[in-house]
Each structure stands twice: as C-alpha cells, then as structure tokens.
Design a protein around this ligand. Structure first.
Ligand SMILES: Cc1ncc(COP(=O)(O)O)c(C=O)c1O
Length: 301
C-alpha cells in the first residue's frame, strides 16, 4: 500500500553540509549518479535516538565510494555528527537513516573525474520491513533468476546503487508471485543473499552462512555472527549449494532493515523457525537497544 510519496514528506534533510527543507533536497536530471550509477548509499537504524553502529556504516560509505573511484568529501566523524543532527532536528528516536553520495552534473559522459560529489542524509520513521505477523511465522522467499555477479565483473563489496538493479527486478518478480522477497544465488550457483539481507541456516546446533565473497558482508550479519559465537553457537562460513537447503532446519535473514527475520520457505525448501531464530532475534534486539558507553555516560551526567 503506498503512503505519502517520499518526495512529499516533511522535515529536514542534511544536504552537502546544510539542513534543507525536505521539498528542497533536489538534484538535477543531468546528474552522473542517475545516468551512470555513480552512487553509493547506506541504510541504518536508530534505536532510542542512537544510530546502531553509526561509525561502521560511515566507514562503509567511504569504502563503497572508494570502490567506485570517488571519495566522500566528509570524514566518517562528520557524517556521524550529521546523522545525529538529522535525528535531532526531525525529533526522531526510532528511525531509518539513508545517507547517499553521488557524482553531480558538471560533466555528462562515462568519465567524470572532476564532478562534484554530493552527499545527503535523510531519515524517516520505519517500523518493520516485513509484515510483523508474517515475520514470526517465517517469511516466504522465491529463488531469483538473476545471480549475484562475479566480483571480477562488478564492485560487489560496494553498497553501490547500480548493484540494486537486479535486486529490484528479483524482488518485483517474487512479490508478483506472492513471496515476501527472493533469495539470490551467486555467479557460481551457490546460495548468496536476499535482495536486501544476508541469509543464515541451522543444522545440528550450528549456524551455517555463505562466505561473503561476492556480496555485501552486512553489518547485521557480522553482529549476528558475533552474538551467536558469544553464546557458544558454532558459526560456519562456507560455500552452500542450493540442494543443501533440503537438510537445514531453521533459516533466518539479517539486515539493518530486516533485523533478524525468520524464514519458513525458500522455493521448494521448508524450514521451521525455532529456538535459534528466537534467540538470535532476541539477542539482536537487545544489542541494538544497548547504548554505547559514551552516550550512557552523558545521560548519567
Ligand atoms: C543486498 C544486501 N545484502 C545484505 C544487506 C545487509 O547489510 P546490513 O546488515 O549492513 O544492513 C543489505 C542491506 O543493506 C543489502 O542491501
């Protein structure tokens, strides 16, 4: 169901160092980022007014840009501060944040080395990515036709807007068939990730997840691996073939937007969301709501 269009919402957006009205955060139609995909972005969540792993996201924005041969003209510290400002000025406590950086319109052509690099940060309130009732039962995933590309053919470790083209096509196809999302295989036909999340399976008390060698090594993925190991659960990162899904017990996906979401079905394969899904969901929600030491200190002062 469509709500208010994103360009018609109100509030303030941080745009190249200034806070501008939502309706004024525009770019020209002849922007290199639009025509040639020279654009990188982040998706982050704030819980209780604190952006979870803000610095890691800011560093990844820099790294994504570097892989696309440009540099973000603000330090990770400055971007962290800008995110805080956006939350404050819009009065948000629990929100989704979208930093984005793109090449501007000084030159139009494949090469555009000297184009201005623009940076904007928007935020909005956004509760659950998937329908909450569906989420507990386990969402249903299609298997996408498109593969995640060979890292020799695309900057696959970059959160580059262009890499989302096949994600959008795959998610549209999945939704048309009544699925919540699609699982994508990689260029070698191994299990890779979903269109906006990483994937995990369980078997005999251990967690198995594909090695992130040609797709985004999500910040939530890294957090969940760390949480599982802290609980003493064995986490195996390895190549996973689609046929192996027949023998896995539980399945869940992870991402800033999806958080930890149990999966009930992937194409013909069925899973029973159980104890591991529950524990990882609860541990993750407890982790994101925990304030970093610095902000706990300033509250106490
Ligand atoms: C394609 C893709 N894979 C994985 C992820 C998970 O990344 P993160 O946990 O850093 O949000 C995302 C979300 O950003 C994504 O879009």
């Amino acid at each position: 169901m469509a709500g208010v269009p994103f360009d018609s919402m109100t509030g303030k957006i941080w745009y190249n160092g200034d806070l501008v009205d939502w309706s004024d955060a525009k770019l020209h139609v002849l922007s290199h980022g639009l025509h040639y995909g020279s654009c990188v972005f982040e998706g982050e969540r704030a819980y209780g007014g604190v952006v979870f792993k803000s610095r890691e996201h800011s560093i990844r924005l820099h790294e994504s840009a570097r892989l696309l041969d440009f540099s973000v003209p603000y330090s990770a510290e400055e971007i962290d501060e800008a995110k805080k400002l956006v939350l404050e000025v819009n009065g948000f406590s629990d929100a989704y944040l979208r930093p984005v950086a793109w090449r501007g319109s000084e030159m139009m052509g494949v090469a555009a080395q000297t184009n201005r690099i623009n940076v904007a940060i928007a935020a909005w309130e956004w509760p659950s990515y998937f329908d909450p009732a569906q989420r507990l039962k386990g969402i249903r995933l299609d298997i996408a036709e498109y593969r995640r590309p060979d890292p020799r053919t695309a900057p696959s470790r970059s959160k580059a807007a262009g890499l989302y083209m096949i994600c959008t096509i795959s998610k549209h196809q999945a939704e048309r068939k009544g699925y919540a999302d699609a699982l994508m295989l990689d260029w070698q036909d191994r299990v890779a990730e979903c269109t906006g999340a990483n994937v995990f399976f369980t078997k005999d008390g251990a967690i198995h997840t594909p090695t992130a060698d040609c797709f985004l090594d999500g910040i939530t993925r890294q957090t969940v691996i760390d949480l599982a190991r802290r609980r003493g659960i064995d986490v195996v990162e390895r190549r996973i073939l689609p046929a192996e899904m027949e023998d896995f017990e539980e399945c869940f996906i992870t991402g800033t937007a999806a958080e930890v979401t149990p999966v009930g079905e992937i194409g013909p394969y069925k899973f029973a969301p159980g104890e591991v899904c529950r524990v990882m969901f609860e541990d993750y929600m407890a982790e994101v709501q925990q304030k970093p030491a610095a902000s706990r200190k300033s509250e106490a002062a």
